[in-house]
Every structure is written in C-alpha cells, then in structure tokens.
Design a protein around this ligand. Structure first.
Ligand code: ATP
Ligand code: MG
Length: 468
C-alpha cells in the first residue's frame, strides 16, 4: 500500500529563540537510549536540529547562568561522540539542571484555581512544583484545557501531608489525588524518571515505570515534545527540556528522542501521536510518520483493553475523520481493524461505500463539536463498523448472528466487552426496522436511543438506506 504523506505539515527551519532566552552553547546531552543510533553531531547541525535528533537534557542556558555556561563549548567533542555531563551534574537537582526557560503570557484565569492552589502550596513548603502535560500544551496552543496535572519533587507521603483532602493511589507508581468540590481531582505526581526497558534481547518494551526522578527526567520520559513542558506558575515561565516550545510554535507533533525507539518501548504512542495531530490540528514530522509506518505491526503487542480505549479516544476526539484517515494511511488500521481497512483499500470497487464511510465520520465530528461531548462509545463503534457490517449481514435471516461472525475476530483483538459487542451487532440487525419506523419492542430498550443516533448519522450519509 502506498502512503502519500499528506500529514506532513512541518517546517524544519530554525526559529529565533524566544525572547529572553540566550542560546549560549551546548551544555550536555545524552542519547535517550543506548540504541538511539543517531550519529549526527552538533558540528553538522544547528543546536536546535541537534535537539530534535537526540534527547538533550539541557541545551539552552539562561543569560544569568554563567557557571555552567562557561566552558561548555570546550566540552564539544569530535563528530559522533555524545556529550555527557559528569555524573555529579546529571544528578544535580533541576534548578541547576538547565532548560530553556521561556516566559509566556498565560492568563491565570485560564488555569484551574485549585490546580494553582496545589502548585503554590507545594512551592511554599519548599518543593519544586509545576503544571505539566496536556494542560500546559493546550494553554500554549490557545485551547481550554480539560484538566491540569501537577508534577513535584515532593514524595507521595509529603504531598499527602500537605493536603488533607487527598489520597495516595496506585500500587506500582504511587501518585496523589487531591480532591476538591464537584468531584474535581488534581492529579499530583512525584517526578518520575525514564523507565527501564526490558533487558531481553533487543526488546525495548517498557516493563517497569516506577522510579522517582527529577524534573528534567520527568520531562524526557514523556512521549511527545509538546506534552513535556513544565509551567512554573510563579515566574510564568515554561521549562522546556526537550524542544517542545519550538514545536508548539510550529504546530508539529514530534517524539522525544528517536521515534523508532519510543514506539518500540510503547506502541500506544503511535496512536497518541495521531490523536494529538488530529484533535489539535497539528502536523506530524516526517520521521515520526515514517516510524509509525515501520513500527505499525507492534501495535498488536499492546494490551487489548488499552488498544480499545485508545481507538475509542480517536473516535471521541472530535476529529475522528482525520484520525481514522491517518490510521489507514500509515497502515495501522490494517493491524487494528482489517475488517474496516479492507473496505477502504478496495476503494475503486466500492467507491460509494468508502465515501459514505468518510462522510459518516465527518458527521460524527460535527455532532461532537456541536454538543461539546462525544457520541456514546457504542454508537462510535457501530459507526466505525457499520458499512462493512451491513454488507456482511445482507441477505441473512439472523442478522445479529451474521454481524457477530463478521466482527468476531475484531472483538477478540480489541477485547471489546460483551455489552458493547452485543449492542453493536444488535444495532446493525435492527437498523432496517428503525428506518421503516417499526422498532417494535426494541423502542423500549436502553439501546433504542443509541441506535437512533446511529441511524440518524447513517441517514445523513445514506448508509442505512442500503440495508433494505
Ligand atoms: P488529554 O488532553 O487527552 O488528557 P494528555 O496529554 O493530558 O492529553 P494523558 O493521557 O492524560 O494525556 O497523559 C498525561 C501526560 O502523561 C501526557 O501529557 C504525557 O506527558 C504523559 N504520557 C501519557 N501517556 C504516555 C506514554 N504512553 N508515554 C510517555 N508519556 C506519556
Ligand atoms: Mg490528561
């Protein structure tokens, strides 16, 4: 299958450094993983290109930091060698481990008041604490975040002691939920460091993810550069250890470190990259896109319930058309749902069906954005499978059983819960009756409302009408 790279939307030109940040030399860098395999050096690339090809713990030195600034050029090694800070420095706390500190103009009013309260109390008690992850990313991209997470140097017990309204959760990696009114939870996690990968052969799959670390380690263990920014609420600065700010400005999705390695460590990251690219209308950088294509088959190694959840997130995200298109284009859909990709691959023979399939996802996105909430998961799964499923049940007396036979291996592959799989098949079976306005007793079931929504999406795109 050909993979036209329409998802590329990046610009690799260097951009001026943000105001107030001086690019004054390479401090130290480390390959993210021994298998990083990148042999480009600082000599042959600009500093920010270097930053994109390797994982750098710290690269840009604020003007005031003369201690580590001086002599850093002298540490520049020959082509092909990795820059390393002496152990002592690598272990230093993140106040001395330098990142790009970028002053940003974020209005406190856009930040959850309770999240600010958590960060400020931690800082008042002498800990490092930042807003992190998706909340910071969304603010910088001009979107209203759906939640805020906090990362801190305080250990779970120390956090717990500061907030009476909190509870330590998780056995493997313990973090703290701080509770506020109306069921609000601010997830507060101690800085974690990059997990160990399996030592078996060349396998990189992450086995353990539970070691405490420092702020820079917490940033580099994350998946994408745009997801690894720490926001210091007091100084109103973003700490960028991974080159996330230039990527936010260019509106591109890029992994931290070598995308092949990061996807082998955790193949779900491929779906996450597609989700953020679709939902936030960003571009995928070419090497990330290519790494998805090469590593697509690893997606089947993911725990099946997690795979289902990530697929549903793509359908719920308000940009399901783009997300599913990228899944198909990169070949991931062949691995996750060949029942659907077969239809799309066969476009010349089933042009109308394929058109209807895409129109239906467009309609899903329209409804999601209109109501500000996703459709029911059962409706989403039904709509994803509807076109090929209706085709497979045509002419069968027992349409529900035929639908089951069609989707049996997909339900197994994704560990679709019984309630969902039964409902999806039942909807496919009952659709002609609903369209004929003869729902009978089905109208009294819980599923009626969901099936009606499926029908109304199908009607907009004329999929249902084929079935009878
Ligand atoms: P959303 O708005 O969808 O919640 P998010 O970025 O907050 O987006 P989460 O799934 O809530 O996504 O994860 C929180 C943070 O944890 C991410 O921003 C990212 O930094 C990190 N993270 C999540 N999943 C992974 C992963 N598979 N590998 C590395 N880091 C991850
Ligand atoms: Mg989140």
């Amino acid at each position: 299958m050909q993979h036209p790279r329409i998802a590329y939307a990046c610009c690799l030109d260097d951009e001026p450094m943000p105001h107030g940040v001086q690019q004054s030399g390479m401090l130290f860098g480390t390959s993210f993983n021994s298998g990083c395999g990148c042999d480009q050096t600082q000599d042959s690339l600009g500093v920010s290109d270097f930053l994109r090809t390797r994982l750098i713990l710290s690269i840009v030195v604020p003007t005031s930091s003369s201690r580590l600034n001086s002599g850093s050029r002298a540490k520049t090694k020959k082509r092909g060698e990795t820059h390393r800070l002496p152990e002592r420095e690598l272990r230093s706390d993140s106040k001395t481990c330098l990142a790009a500190r970028v002053r940003v103009n974020i209005d406190d009013a856009l930040i959850d008041f309770d999240a600010l309260k958590v960060v400020r109390r931690l800082v008042r008690h002498g800990y490092e604490a930042y807003l992190v992850g998706g909340g910071v990313r969304d603010l910088l991209l001009g979107r209203r975040p759906k939640d805020f997470d906090v990362a801190t140097s305080a250990r779970p017990e120390q956090i717990r002691r500061l907030f009476r309204n909190s509870r330590i959760i998780g056995r493997r990696f313990r973090l703290v939920h701080v509770f506020f009114g109306a069921g609000k939870v601010i997830e507060t996690a101690t800085f974690r460091r990059n997990p160990e990968t399996s030592s078996k052969g060349n396998e990189l799959l992450i086995r353990s993810d539970n070691a405490f670390g420092q702020a820079h380690e917490d940033a580099i263990r994350r998946d994408l550069t745009i997801n690894a920014l720490l926001y210091d609420v007091e100084s109103k600065e973003v700490l960028d250890f991974v080159g996330g700010m230039p990527d936010v400005r260019k509106r591109v999705v890029r992994t931290i470190g070598d995308p092949h390695i990061r996807f082998q460590e955790d193949p779900v990251r491929m779906l996450r990259a597609i989700k953020f690219c679709s939902r936030l209308d960003l571009g995928l950088v070419p090497d990330l896109y290519d790494a998805i294509v090469s590593n697509r088959k690893a997606i089947v190694d993911v725990a099946r319930p997690r795979l289902l959840e990530e697929l549903l997130k793509l359908l719920r995200c308000g940009a399901s058309h783009r997300a599913v298109f990228l899944l198909w284009e990169t070949g991931l859909l062949d691995c996750i749902a060949p029942e659907v990709s077969t239809l799309l691959n066969d476009a010349p023979c089933s042009a109308q069906d394929v058109q209807q399939f895409w129109q239906m996802l467009t309609e899903v996105d329209r409804r999601t954005s209109r109501r500000g909430a996703p459709l029911h998961d059962i409706a989403l799964m039904s709509l994803l499978l509807l076109v090929p499923m209706l085709e497979s049940v045509e002419g069968h007396r027992d349409r529900a059983s035929a639908a089951h036979r069609f989707a049996e291996s997909l339900f197994l592959r994704l560990a679709v819960p019984r309630r969902m799989s039964d409902s999806v098949c039942r909807i496919a079976a009952v659709l002609p009756k609903l369209e004929a306005k003869k729902p009978g007793r089905f109208a009294r079931t819980e599923l009626y409302k969901i099936a009606s929504e499926v029908l109304s999406v199908a009607r907009v795109t004329r999929v249902g009408s084929k079935s009878h």
